[in-house]
Design a protein around this ligand. Structure first.
Ligand code: ZN
Ligand code: ZN
Length: 273
């Protein structure tokens, strides 16, 4: 299995960091977790793309995690030579989101259907709304969902991907919680979104300080990894984006609470699991 951070950024636009998105390469193909800003640009860099994803799995419906859903939905349709519905898993509200996305794209869908004689079908998605338990079981690959805590954003889910003996957890945005602990038990890799509490408090901007309510700080993510015997912790969705030269500060805040390996994500960071 392989984990590729497609976007290590956050809602804040950054020239070096695309929006939140992680690709997990498994024995059954590529699974895409969230689809933030620039996801298909980054996927193209690793020879993946809209037509290749076995499924899109959304952790929650915050805009930064779904920014490029419309791009994915359209490119999957236009670049497939036979009907290729996009399998989408996500929390309650995901089906309505896909319907709204299709509605938003209605003029474009009309243009392309009228123009391309060989395009005889509309774009579509096969949506499964999930809460907890095994949501996908195919070949050697099993994906399990569990509720996370990103209140007042509800519902939100994290995912664990088991491929044979190896396991990867995608936490999404969450504070430490029981659901995430269940997913993380003994996992090889935990991909965890984090914010820097110390820096955000220093900046002191009320709207930025609010993000502390529902994200894990670096020490909190490290404690989740340590408590559950995780082997490697990848810190991503970095708020604020690390200033060049400060990367070690982020690592040190995690190392203080976690004995395993810590990696600070950059776009296209690739880890063999
Ligand atoms: Zn969020
Ligand atoms: Zn987010």
């Amino acid at each position: 299995m392989q984990v590729i951070i497609l976007g290590s950024g956050s809602p804040l636009p950054d020239p070096q960091r695309a929006g939140p998105s992680t690709l997990v390469r498994t024995a059954i193909g590529d699974l895409l977790f969230d689809c933030g800003r620039g996801v298909l640009m980054r996927a193209a860099a690793v020879a993946s793309g809209a037509g290749a994803f076995q499924a899109l799995l959304l952790t929650h419906l915050h805009s930064d995690h779904i920014t490029d859903l419309n791009d994915l939905f359209t490119m999957r349709w236009v670049m497939s030579f036979s009907p290729n519905p996009l399998p989408v898993f996500g929390p309650s509200g995901t089906a309505a989101l896909l319907q709204a996305t299709a509605a938003m794209l209605e003029p474009d869908i009309g243009y392309r259907l009228a123009h391309h004689d060989d395009l005889q079908w509309r774009p579509s998605a096969a949506v499964t709304e999930v809460e907890s338990g095994v949501i996908l079981d195919r070949g050697t690959v099993r994906v399990t969902a569990a509720p996370t805590d990103h209140a007042p954003v509800r519902p939100t889910v994290g995912y664990r991907i088991d491929d044979g003996e190896r396991s990867v957890v995608i936490a999404g945005d969450t504070v430490p919680c029981a659901g995430l602990d269940v997913l993380c038990a003994g996992a090889d890799v935990l991909v965890h979104t984090v914010v820097r509490r110390d820096l955000i408090e220093q900046i002191g901007l009320p709207r930025l300080v609010d993000v502390l309510d529902y994200h894990s700080s670096v020490p909190e993510a490290a404690k989740t990894a340590e408590r559950n015997g995780v082997r490697t912790l990848i810190l991503t969705h970095l708020v604020p984006a690390p200033a060049p030269g400060t990367e070690q500060e982020w690592l040190d805040q995690a190392i203080a609470h976690f004995k395993g390996e810590v990696v600070l994500a950059t776009d296209l960071l690739t880890l063999d699991v």
